[in-house]
Every structure is written in structure tokens, then in C-alpha cells.
Design a protein around this ligand. Sequence first.
Ligand SMILES: Nc1ncnc2c1ncn2[C@@H]1O[C@H](COP(=O)(O)OP(=O)(O)OP(=O)(O)O)[C@@H](O)[C@H]1O
Ligand SMILES: [Mg+2]
Length: 504
Amino acid sequence: MKEYLLETRGISKSFSTVRVLDGIDLKIRKGEVHALLGENGAGKSTLMKILTGVLEPDGGEILYEGKPLHIHHPREIYDYGIGIVYQEFNLLPDLTVAENIFIGREPALPLKGFINDRRLNREAASLLERLNCSSISPGRKVATLSVAQQQMVEIAKALSANCRLLIMDEPTAALTDSEIETLFDTIRRLKASGVAIIYISHRMSDLDAIVDRVTVLRDGKLISERSYDSTLKDLLIQEMVGRELNQKFPPRPDYKRGKMTLEVKGLNVADTLFDIQFQAYEGEILGIAGLMGAGRTELARAIFGAERITSGEILIDGVRKHITSPNKAIAEGIGYITEDRKKDGLMLEQTLRDNISAASLDQFSQNGFVKDHQVEAAAGEYIRKLRIKARGSGQLTKTLSGGNQQKVILARWLCRKSRILILDEPTRGIDVNAKYEIYELMHQLAGQGVTVIMISSELPEIIGMSDRVLVMCGGRITGELSAGELDQDKILRYAMPPIRRQDF
Ligand SMILES: Nc1ncnc2c1ncn2[C@@H]1O[C@H](COP(=O)(O)OP(=O)(O)OP(=O)(O)O)[C@@H](O)[C@H]1O
Ligand SMILES: [Mg+2]
């Protein structure tokens, strides 16, 4: 009987001496959405790479539609109707959307040439339409797309005409709420047409909308497998973490607002930001809330010298500064951890040490020579503090799990010891346990007098962490709330455009 579409039996995998998967029996039924949960480094992506032939298991077997599955080259997955959206983006920025979607899939078809281009574009358009993304033109260069659009192209690439199993490794990490809704619609439609989906996500709030069954991995072992319902969340978290996690947010140590560090006056950026006015203080965690397109990231970029300011002033410690480039911002003590970490700044081929110290080399140098032992000590310190799961500071960054790679970027800016630190969606893609650690770290930083500015789309996070919140909508600051008055409704009321605001 072919009960399962896909079944793994005793899959194991080690990297050098470290075992990252230990006898995994994963069972996926036809047409179900199956969530695979686990902390950063639990082995989720490694297991998926084994299913798709990117990695060889050390032991165990895979059955697909009741028969042993042997994939020797990742390209062969399309023959089996398997598609995968990898956690890391794999698009080639200089090729078009259509070329990216079909690359490697039709080896016999030369990519260039008028007729093929037209055919490719037509087929790409129909896949994009299936995803409700007709606005992405197949002829556009991928480099010109937003991260969210690139994510949709990744999904289009994974979907083939006869797709029966679609694997999505953190597909929502780069998407905004409304894009996530579109993705869920797509997942529901695919499921209705009989496609099984393995869904990997750290956003527990994603699960209710789509998931049928759920498997938990912890430290390379399969902990549980069951059908999903929304009352199981606490239990699932407990299984992932291996202990009970009572609090989502650490208690805020006594907070006393210090002197003003940053002041923004009448700031405008053409077509995106209008008359922005606010202050931030030593030791404060200032949350910035808003819906997609509200201008939060643009504001961060403007302060960081990455947007051309058309008018207005930025003052630091009461002194007007001309921050015309990120380098100048860094010199003024401003750090910015971008939302777009996947593209941004991580040198995958280099060691953790190199990545962590990259923004602080001047602090570690004397007479033009980098003091290696200081770099080493700092890297070690942040690997410990952030509990980055790695064998040591000399490990190559690309061999870390996705969430741990994100912690490396965080470590880089912590290492820089910025006085004003802007965190744009700091916990996306990071597991519940590590989130808590990052929250604690934000408290510590604030305790040391750092001005922490946190942009987040997760309202609980904004409410749980901020001393004060600015709400943005349409490129303006539409509201300011102190910690005592924070609640979801109030934030949303300010975050909605005026027409919808009246409906409340
Ligand atoms: N090529 C490699 N060389 C050495 N270690 C590796 C390699 N690839 C993965 N690992 C290790 O295997 C473990 C599991 O990694 P994996 O990427 O599967 O985690 P994950 O569950 O997907 O985590 P995340 O939620 O952070 O994406 C990690 O400790 C990682 O460092
Ligand atoms: Mg992963």
C-alpha cells in the first residue's frame, strides 16, 4: 500500500565528526501540508538537501511513491515532480525572471534566441500567474526585483507542471504580511490540487493557516510526529527547545531614559518619507511599527546614510550631522542590521571570525596591522553570547544553519559597539529560543546606554520589547505610544491608511 508519498527510513548524516541527523523517519502523505519544526541548527535544511540530492546521507533510505528514490543530481528532482525553495536564494541576478525559472531544467534548450525567449517567457508567465504574481514580468532582470518578488520567482522555479511534492524552507522570512497571505492562498490551492508540501518556518503564527501535520526535530533527532491543531503550539515549542519556555519576552530591567542621542527634524526623502520628526534616547528601546510600505526601512536607510535626503536634519548629541553615506553613519556610531540579510553583507566563503570583525577592523588594527588575537577573542565572545551553533570561529560561514548565519550578522554590529543601533526585523528566521536570547541582548545593550531602534512587523514583539513606539504609515509618523499604552488595536489604528482607519 502506498500510504505515504514520501518516507525516509533511518536517515543519518554527519559533517566530519558531528552528527547532524540521527535515524530520521519522516513520513509525508499525499496532498498534506506538513510542517517541519526545530531550532536553528536542528537539521531541517540538511534533511531537505538529502531529499533533493544536494547531500548524500551516510545511512538510511528514501521511499517516494513506494519506491526507493535515488537522486544523483539536484536537477533530477523535477523528473519526480519534486520542487524545492531553498532557504538561501539561488537566483542569478543578471538573468531574467524566465531564464532563472527554467535554468537547468531544460538542458536541451539553449537559453538564448528569440523563439525560445518567447516560449520561456510565456511558460514563466503562466507559472507566475498560478502564484498570483502576474505583475512580475518574465523578461525583467532578477537584480531589479524586490526580495519578496525574488522569493516568488524562487517558488515559481520550484513549481513544475506536474509538481507533487513541494518543499519550502523558510519561504516567509523575506515576505511582508500581505505577501504571506498570498503565499498561503497559493499553498491552499496547490494542496487542493493534490500537491504535498513540506513547510519549514520559525513563525509559529504561520502554522494555523495551512498546516495539517507536524514533525519536530531537535539536535538531529525526530522528536514527534502528529496531526496539527492550534492548541499544540506550546507543546511543540517545548519539544523543539527541549524544556518548557514560559515567557516569550524577558522581563525588562529597570529602565531609565538617558539623554537624547538622536534627533530627526523635518526629514524628507523624495516620494518615500515626509516630514519625519522624532527623538531617541540613551538606554531606550524605540520600536517602529507599521504595515508593509509604511516607510520603516526607508527611514532606517535614511538615518544610515543610504538614502538621499531631500531636506531635514539629523542631529547626534544635539549636533547636526551630514550623514551622506553608510561609512559616515558608522563613524558617527550608528549601526544598521538590515532586514535583507540574505543579500546583505554576509561573506559566506569566509570564516565566522572574518564576518564578525568585518565592521570593526579599525578597532582591531594598529599601524595598519590587524591584531589577530583581539579579533579572535571578540569573535569567540559573540559566538558564546549569541550561542551561535558552530565548532569555532574558524568555521566557514556557509556551513552554518540559516538562523545561525543571521546571528553572525548581528554579532558583527554588536562587535562594532554602535551607540545607536537600528535593528530591522531582528528575529526573522530565528528560532524561539534564540529570539529570547536576542531580546535579552537588546536589554543588555540598552542597559549599557545604547539607543536601540527596532523595526518589526511582529506586533507582539513590538509590544513586548519597546519602551516607546512610533507608528508609520505612508512615509509619515502617524502615532507615538508609550509602553503603558501599547496594544495591538492602537498600533493598527495608526498603521492603517486614513480611509481604512475610519472603518475601525
Ligand atoms: N556543509 C556543512 N559542514 C559542516 N556543518 C554543516 C554543514 N551544513 C550544515 N552543517 C551543520 O549541520 C547542523 C544542521 O544545520 P541545518 O542547516 O540543517 O539546520 P536548520 O535546522 O536548517 O537550521 P535553521 O533553522 O537555522 O535554518 C548545523 O549545526 C550546521 O552548522
Ligand atoms: Mg535551515
